[in-house]
Design a protein around this ligand. Sequence first.
Ligand SMILES: [Zn+2]
Length: 131
Amino acid sequence: MPAQVSSDVVERLLAEAGSAHPQECCGLLLGSGDAITAIRPARNVHPDPARRFEIDPQALVDVYRQAREGGPQVLGYYHSHPNGVAEPSATDRSLAAGDGAIWAIIAAGRITLWRSGDAGFEKLPYELAPR
Ligand SMILES: [Zn+2]
């Protein structure tokens, strides 16, 4: 089953990547099931933000608290690749927890989704959903 991504989310992810360039943008993917309906942008607090990302820990605290209080669930993470490579980097693979989270990578004006599973990242097809 493909994931669903709202067209609003697609526009926002592309805008986030564009405004962060040449640094990496990053944040959280929110929604329910495999339907991504919102994002929560976060500061990239990594000391080398042009090549790496680290989501501001406060953003993680905020979204998980909101999820517990009935807000949208945290489905995964997004970040951009200013070098335009539309697949997880070696660093991304080392960070992946194999927890089933969805990773969105924005590169060269396109968005690809990946599922972090036991065997590493698997490409996750998706379809656009109306906002
Ligand atoms: Zn990456």
